[in-house]
Design a binder for this molecule. Structure first.
Ligand SMILES: C[S@@+](CC[C@H](N)C(=O)[O-])C[C@H]1O[C@@H](n2cnc3c(N)ncnc32)[C@H](O)[C@@H]1O
Length: 323
């Protein structure tokens, strides 16, 4: 087995036994929901870099899988919506992390009258070989784990998520991405990689791996600054900005003309008619912004019409639109 995966396990063994408040996490406020109390220890063990919990994904009583449990905070948040025995399956490869999160769920039970620790079923297992049946999950999530994987392992982990999801199931992820070149020295620093600081790849490459395993729809829901690797602290030649993204990949069939990737582009028709119909399934009503995937945005742009305005990617997509 590749060595960096062992270093990663050791790293999270330590983080399970001694909470590391500065590890991963962002200054974005954590979900506040009526009647939800997140134990302090879970907040201290928040090793994610965004959120994967979105009520929009959680209608119709979904079966939820969470890979890389950390202190258990997001599993508690998912349980808030699912509220049933074993409604959330948590998988982690580090025994100590499973033990710590199990303790944290008992504390959560004390603080939240609606929560029972058996709402979460914890399983020891590897993201690269999930102990979960094919086509059995509606919503799968991972936060700040897959960026640690080198490209072949990332592909393997995504294939595993694809395998366990039901058709049209959703994979919700939060991970760092980086548009800057990183030196091999940084890339091969196994502890830095394990700390989610030197494994991240450009967003386009991240999306390409997701679609290469078969996900037909991808939504970029949020993107925000995450960390800087600066010359004084990391010996870099320049400041390297790392951002974190929230992405939802849907196990929709792959369209013949390629995946639908929503990066927050919008098309607006400002012509003299009441609407514009491209006769390919897209109708733009006068001055009504329509969210469009990048493929539709390019096709509309190619028409070269002054009465169709296409915005740039906002990396904030919250549903609806062309496909
Ligand atoms: C950066 S932490 C994120 C924890 C959690 N998702 C959160 O947001 O707080 C990475 C988690 O993945 C687990 N992990 C590391 N390697 C793994 C692997 N190969 N398979 C499954 N889990 C793994 C670690 O034990 C740790 O719980």
């Amino acid at each position: 087995m590749a060595n960096y995966l062992e270093t990663t396990k050791d790293f999270y063994r330590e983080a399970a036994l001694t909470p590391d408040v500065g590890l991963c996490c962002t200054t974005t406020p954590i979900w506040q929901l009526p009647g939800l109390s997140i134990p302090k220890i879970m907040q201290q063990m928040n090793y994610g870099c965004g959120s994967t919990v979105n009520p929009r994904d959680l209608a119709n009583n979904p079966k939820i899988l969470y890979v890389g449990v950390g202190g258990g905070m997001e599993l508690l948040q998912f349980s808030y919506f699912s509220r049933q025995k074993e409604g959330v399956i948590g998988v982690d490869v580090v025994e100590e992390m499973l033990e710590s999160s199990a303790k944290n769920f008992l504390i959560a039970e004390q603080e939240n009258p609606w929560f029972k620790s058996d709402f979460v079923k914890l399983l020891k297992g590897d993201a690269l070989n999930l102990p979960v049946e094919d086509n059995s999950i509606d919503v799968a999530a991972q936060n700040c784990l897959f960026n640690i994987f080198k490209i072949d392992d990332l592909k393997k982990a995504l294939k595993e998520m694809y395998r366990v999801l039901k058709p049209h199931g959703r994979l919700v992820m939060s991970d760092p991405v980086c548009e800057f070149e990183m030196s091999n020295e940084l890339r091969e620093d196994e502890r830095l990689r394990a700390a989610c600081l030197s494994g991240s790849i450009p967003l386009k490459d991240y999306i390409d791996v997701i679609t290469s395993v078969g996900f037909g729809t991808v939504e970029i829901r949020a993107k925000r600054p995450y960390r800087i690797l600066d010359p004084a602290h990391y010996g870099t030649e320049e400041n390297i900005l790392i951002e974190s993204v929230e992405v939802c990949a849907i196990k929709d069939p792959m369209p013949i003309d390629g995946p639908c990737v929503f990066t927050g582009k919008t098309a607006i028709y400002i012509g003299t008619d009441s609407y514009f119909d491209d006769e390919k399934g897209h109708v733009l009503n006068y001055n009504m912004p329509l969210a469009v995937c990048d493929k539709t945005a390019s096709a509309l742009k190619e028409l070269n019409r002054p009465d169709i305005y296409i915005t740039e990617s906002t990396y904030f997509y919250d549903g609806g639109g062309c496909c």
